[in-house]
Unconditional design. Structure first.
Length: 390
């Protein structure tokens, strides 16, 4: 199959959809309406969309991704009117959360109506719904006139795509079209919260943090116990997709995590923080040495705060935060003071390491609270829970 490319050139430059972008979105929407598959940007990661009401379209999504069909899809809508027919009822909690966080990076699980085929929900009686805030995504969904089922637009098992190029690498020739709206902003998938029961339950952490959900609902949000446990614990996560070894790079990966975050507000506390960061850096360096061998390359993910400590005293420190030799590929993926930058870059770096056939990956952990909870969740999956605490 030939995959058509629709580059939203003006949207990429200005963030606004021009007439010529609109024409491209109209052509992409026709594919969706007619049962075809279109990858498109959202504010989190790129999605692989199909008409959520057509069992055949959902089957094609699973086939294109090489994804097990018991792993349900998220249905994307552009307004509340489109949500109503998809669910048995809109729970009170859902209304409160929608008023605050939609459109945005929040997915809610509700009881499905008969209209939604089991092919879309992986056989479940519930359906995951999200209203994305990305303007191109919104426009595409509106133009298609149908609810759009869209998992992340990667081959199953690879990191989620944050650029159209990532999508092309995985799905070129397997889907009808790719809409290129530039790199996605957030970089990790939406928060998933189950609002189908009495109590709200967090199934996947994301940019809408646990604190934000609790502040909005004015009640405690439970955490799916499987989120906190290693994957081989025998606990079955309520979001079926969370059980797979998602987001995984080709190389084995290990995380070096500090323990200085609890009770410390940010990382302002000078000397103490420096010492704690140096513990992480020294552990990473030791691991680099242990895993170095002729012909092998180690990938290291560090942070702006630790970058300079990886260089010998007196060495010129590269400004661009990327340093490659025959034996190492060292990168800072962002600042610990701005975790958004880390979330934004994480998957792209993991993909780069895949492309370079890196043999072993070592990553510094980050503060596991707020957005850091989502970052650590994705890192730990990529590392198959291989984590060293210092
Ligand atoms: O940010 C996102 O959510 C992106 C963009 C494209 O919107 N989409 C995304 O989809 O990450 P996907 O398929 O990669 O992840 C969907 C997750 C899976 O873990 C799946 O198991 C869970 O949502 N899920 C879907 N329907 C569910 C349901 N009815 N009950 C529990 N979990 C569900
Ligand atoms: Mg996914």
């Amino acid at each position: 199959m030939d995959t058509e490319f629709f580059e939203l050139a003006d949207y990429k430059k200005t963030g606004e959809i021009s007439l010529s972008d609109e024409e491209k979105l109209i052509r992409a929407a026709v594919f969706l309406r007619e049962g075809g598959l279109v990858a498109f940007p959202t504010e989190t990661v790129y999605g692989l969309g199909g008409n959520a009401l057509l069992p055949e379209a959902s089957k094609h999504i699973y086939a294109a991704k090489g994804r097990p069909s018991d792993n349900p899809l998220i249905v994307h809508v552009a307004d509340m009117e489109s949500l109503r027919p998809l669910v048995k009822e809109i729970p009170a909690m859902a209304k409160i959360l929608a008023a605050k966080f939609w459109p945005g990076p929040l997915t809610m699980i509700m009881e499905k109506s008969p209209k939604v085929p089991y092919e879309t929900t992986g056989g479940l009686e519930t359906v995951a719904i999200r209203m994305p805030s990305d303007k191109a995504a919104m426009e595409l969904i509106k133009l298609s006139g149908v609810p759009v089922a869209a998992p992340s637009a990667n081959t199953s098992g690879r990191p989620s795509p944050t650029t159209a190029l990532h999508v092309k690498e995985d799905l070129d020739g397997k889907i009808d079209a790719i809409v290129d709206g530039g790199p996605t902003g957030i970089g990790v998938e939406s928060t998933i919260v189950d609002v189908s029961g009495e109590e709200p339950v967090l199934l996947r952490p994301g940019a809408i943090t646990l604190e934000m959900l609790e502040n909005c609902l004015k009640e405690a949000v439970d955490i799916d116990p499987a989120l906190e446990k290693p994957m081989d614990s025998g606990l079955h996560p309520k979001a079926p997709g969370m059980k797979y070894k998602h987001y995984a790079p080709k190389a084995p990966m290990v995380i070096v995590q500090g323990d200085f975050y609890e009770g410390c507000d940010g990382i302002e506390d000078g000397m103490k923080i420096y010492e704690e960061l140096m513990k992480i850096v020294n552990a990473v360096k030791a691991l680099v040495n242990e895993n170095s061998a002729p012909g092998k390359r180690v990938g290291v993910i560090c942070s702006d705060e630790t970058w300079e400590y990886y260089f010998e005293e007196g060495a010129t420190i590269p400004k661009e935060k990327i340093y490659k030799t025959e034996s190492i590929d060292l990168r800072s993926i962002g600042s610990r003071k701005d975790e958004k930058s880390i979330a934004h870059n994480l998957y792209a770096v993991l993909r780069d390491f895949d492309d370079e056939n890196i043999d072993y990956i070592i990553a510094e952990g980050v503060d596991p609270r707020k957005l850091g909870y989502a970052i650590m969740n994705r890192m730990q999956k990529a590392a198959a829970q291989h984590i060293i605490r210092v």
